[in-house]
Write a protein that binds this ligand. Sequence first.
Ligand code: NDP
Ligand code: MG
Length: 390
Amino acid sequence: MKKISIFGATGSIGQSTIDLIARDPDAYDVVALTGGQNIGQLAKDARQLGADVAVTADPAHLDALRDALAGSGVEALAGPEAISAAAERPADWVMSAIVGAAGLAPGLKALQQGATLALANKESLVTAGRLIMRTARENNARILPVDSEHSAVFQGLVGEDMSAVERIIITASGGAFRDWSLEDMAQATPEQASSHPNWNMGQRITIDSASMFNKALEVIETKEFFECDHSMIEVLIHPESMIHAMVGFNDGALMAHVGPPDMRHAIGYALHWPERRKLPVERLDLAKIGTFNFRDPDLQRYPALRLAHEVLAQGGHAGAIFNAAKERALDGFLNRRIGFLQMAEVVEEVLDRLLASQCRKNDEMTLDTVLETDHLARRAADVVMAELNT
Ligand code: NDP
Ligand code: MG
């Protein structure tokens, strides 16, 4: 039996992972499930899967979690430290699907105990790519990408030599505002930004798709995970979301990964790797689909993409600044403190200010330096948003 833990079990990726596990319960021994506010779902899944422990990030919910698990034999714990400690419990395979920078610490703990880390939490690679990759190497642990584009590239590289790769193209649907004017985007509400044309995902990544901050994170994620030069990475708008990524080789071949927009493919690939097993995803009828469209992204509409390349040119802790400022700006947009297009303005201003102050420029990267940088960038984002509002 494969011992597994799921961090962010109550979210969109976590629930898709549980959907796959629950189809073959005898194959898995579930160690830890973690969640945040959704105690009902966490307790239900922990009972059904017979988890050893269920952890909520929020200590205010500990009593409710205990009550919901009474008599089940599942241990109930709470708080960020308890989540990190749960990642130290031995497991063969760990799904990292917490949203945001909160996913970094448990992911590192899982790698330190040598687990295979199925990484959906792209923020880990964006904030601390070098640290994550180094920790995996030092502990002989493997990271398998779960983000659909990165899983697609990973699959496209099987049996290939990285030195033969000329470019990596990740696709983007264009999100909710693909065909909106800039004037309309400036007025967009959180409700309008929270619906995605093709994918069904958590709210934060859905809004990040409309602003292309999600694709900007993915450009950084690509560079960190595949350890390639960032000039090799291209973003292509593909409204159908069927081709997830392409790898271009030095003989002119372009290998495309085609599949339905269903995260259970990438999750299942990581779950069964290095084997391929049957998965409950739609089989595409290409004749019925008929046409695939492509176009270049307009950097005027999506400044996040330009910022991603600036972050990569800077290196060091710039990714942690970028991600934290983005998370705070997204909070500001959700709370209606700033407009949709102002999110990029806030992030650019925070990057400018902190990079000008040489923030952590030459420091070696540790969990502490990343968390301190994250904290500084959040405070700077609050200052910038307050200035914008006066
Ligand atoms: P969701 O918002 O649906 O789920 C997030 C999960 O994290 C929930 O379990 C939530 O708990 C938990 N959580 C929220 N805040 C905290 C915190 N501070 N500490 C600990 N746990 C917390 O997100 P998604 O599933 O959409 O995304 C998860 C990750 O996967 C993100 O990094 C995202 O970028 C990435 N990803 C997602 C894809 C998708 O299709 N959804 C595709 C590719 C990558 P609760 O809900 O109980 O409050
Ligand atoms: Mg993706």
